[in-house]
Design a protein around this ligand. Sequence first.
Ligand code: MG
Length: 380
Amino acid sequence: MKKIAIFGSSGSIGVSTLDVVRHLKNRFQISALSVYSRIDLLEAQIAEFNPEVVCVVDKNAAEVLRSKTAPKTRVLSGEEGLKTIAAEGDYNIFVGAMVGFSGLSPTLEAIKRGKRIALANKETLVVAGELVKNLCLAYNAELLPVDSEHSAIFQCLIGEDVKEINRIILTASGGPFFKFSKEELNRVTVEQALKHPTWKMGAKITIDSATLMNKGLELIEASWLFDMKADRLDVVIHPQSIIHSMVEFRDRSVKAQLSVPDMKLPIQYALTYPERVHAQWVNNNYPAIGTLSFFEPDRQKFECLNIAYDALEAGGTAPCIVNAANEVAVEKFLRKEIGFTDIPKLIDKCLDKVENHKVADIDTIFETDKKTREFALALD
Ligand code: MG
């Protein structure tokens, strides 16, 4: 029986991970869960999965939960609580499903214990890819991608020599606006941006998908996971989200991984790897899908994709600046303080202002993140 700790159990990846565990009860048990503040959902998860310990980041919500749960479940709180569970909790697999930069600290603790890391929190690799990779090697931690594109690439590379890769092609749904003109993009509302055509996800990643920043962050994530430079990473718009990504080899032969868009598949694979386990809920009905189509992404129109390519090439703390600026810009957009096309403008301002440094250690990352957020928040 393998024990699983889910960091971010109220989000869409967390909930899907629990769905997978529900189907595979004979293999996995939940030893720890964490949420930011959704204690209503956490309460139900505790009742069903009986974790030894949980963490609620929001301290007031943690107090409320403590007064309601039976004393057998330990309730920790705050960022310290997350760190404690990652560093001392009893688990074999760490599922990193938190939103944004906050996923970094607990992930580092889990890596230092040589655990299997099922990583959905792409920001961890975006901001600290080199450090994370080196730590995984030093502590013999196993890093398995949960992001559907990276799981696809990982699966395409099984049995292959990375030296034979010509390029990696990440597929993107294109989000709800890929056919919009620049003028139409200027008028996009929060409500429109929150409607994703193929995937049901949280607000942050749904907005990132609409701006194509999600694909930009995934480029950086792929560069670290698969040791690829920017010039060998391509993006193609594939609105059906059936092909999850492709690898082209030296002989121009291409391998792709396909399935209906369901995050439970890459999650299950990251948990059971190298084994594949029957997934009775999946119905790959290709005649019903009919057509698979592909389009070139418009990098002039979707500037966030360009920003990410440039940050990847610039290296150093540039990806960390982009990530922090993007998190603030998305929050401001969701609060209706800025428009949709102001998101890349705000990120550009941060890149101009915050100096790009060589990443000496993890403190460089935390300082850059903090400095960028302060500057981004102060912008009008
Ligand atoms: Mg993805």
